[in-house]
Design a protein around this ligand. Sequence first.
Ligand code: NDP
Length: 403
Amino acid sequence: SKKVIIIGAGGVGNVVAKKCALNPQVFSEVLLASRTLSKCDAIAKEAKEIGLPISIKTRQVDADSVPELIKLFTEEKPFMVINVALPYQDLTIMDACLATGVHYLDTANYEPKDEAKFEYSWQWAYQERFKEAGLMALLGCGFDPGVTGVYTAYAHKHYFDEMHYLDIIDCNAGDHGKAFATNFNPEINIREITQKGKYWENGQWVEIDAMSIHKPIEYPNIGPKESYLLYHEELESLTKNFPTLKRARFWMTFGQAYLTHLEVLQNVGMTSIQPIKFNGMDIIPLEFLKAVLPEPGTLGENYSGQTSIGCQIKGIKDGQDATYYVYNNCHHAECYKEVQAQGVSYTTGVPAMIGASLMIQGDWMKAGVYNVEEFNPDPFMEMLNIHGLPWHELHNITLPHEY
Ligand code: NDP
């Protein structure tokens, strides 16, 4: 077993820390570090109260600072770091890993603060440096990206000779009882959904106006929910790693009240990332909005309903058309009971813990920078069933939306 440092004590960090602390066979020590030490301490205290076998250590760190990270890693000597801070910190943490010989895992690709543009290019550019250092970086190991890539790799390995059409469908049919809140970091969430939509078709990206394509999709045990075509980061790596895909799209549900709030906020300029002067100070409206919205980590109590995320794939097996649907449904209330988290944090944090376990056990260990679908999906799929995210599969179904 090996020592891990988790960076970021938000909604996801809470789940990762507790899930690692439940697993002494894999993790010898668990250290949670974040910008605000009191948030780390609160999580460590809860972990103790619910009787987790590993006691979580805590430290303060500003992950925007490479020297601070190097100091932390040098003093603590972890085997690897699980980065569940924000996408802005990906590169500083990767730099500190290279400087100190620490393996790396994250759940969201790098995005510069002053430009709402997320793509893998910045992190893929670290490939040679990680290889030469004999270190591994596993990118995008949450649910989406993360499990959706593992599902796709599993489908490819077991059920298709060629995959042609991929639709990732993501539904949150939960109710947190707040008028408006985002299920993960509001700044990142709002940047993601206010940018243009994009999907892959016949070898190129097709760009659409934000939220302009939508239709009801039927989710298991939930029913039909209006789903919106968005650009999501795993489409970039999946279309690269599975070049037979003729089309790849990502759909996410939004309720009408959420969209109305978002429209108003956008119309009044509250979602902008351009600095404005306020009382002689430069402030960024979206950062200010984040400060007044509920934190994702606080939504868990009384959150009812469930999430459903899966991959629907159509392709060819033994010369015949084949379709396949693999998905997980997750109940917010059960997550809260287990680790005091809502379902979106849970479905992200559990896969991060699983990815780290596979790296520590050597099942997934190769020097360089990789996306999850580049590894053998089987041990990951097995661990999803064991650690709280069981999946279900359906074959040769009529897919809910036409191809
Ligand atoms: P939160 O906003 O709840 O948590 C983010 C945490 O990171 C906070 O504790 C914050 O500290 C800390 N942090 C921010 N900046 C720094 C810094 N410079 N140094 C140290 N700590 C810092 O977000 P979530 O937990 O919901 O999300 C965490 C990550 O997971 C995000 O990158 C998000 O994009 C990703 N994600 C991925 C998903 C997937 O399926 N792949 C799904 C959902 C989320 P403080 O409290 O002091 O601000």
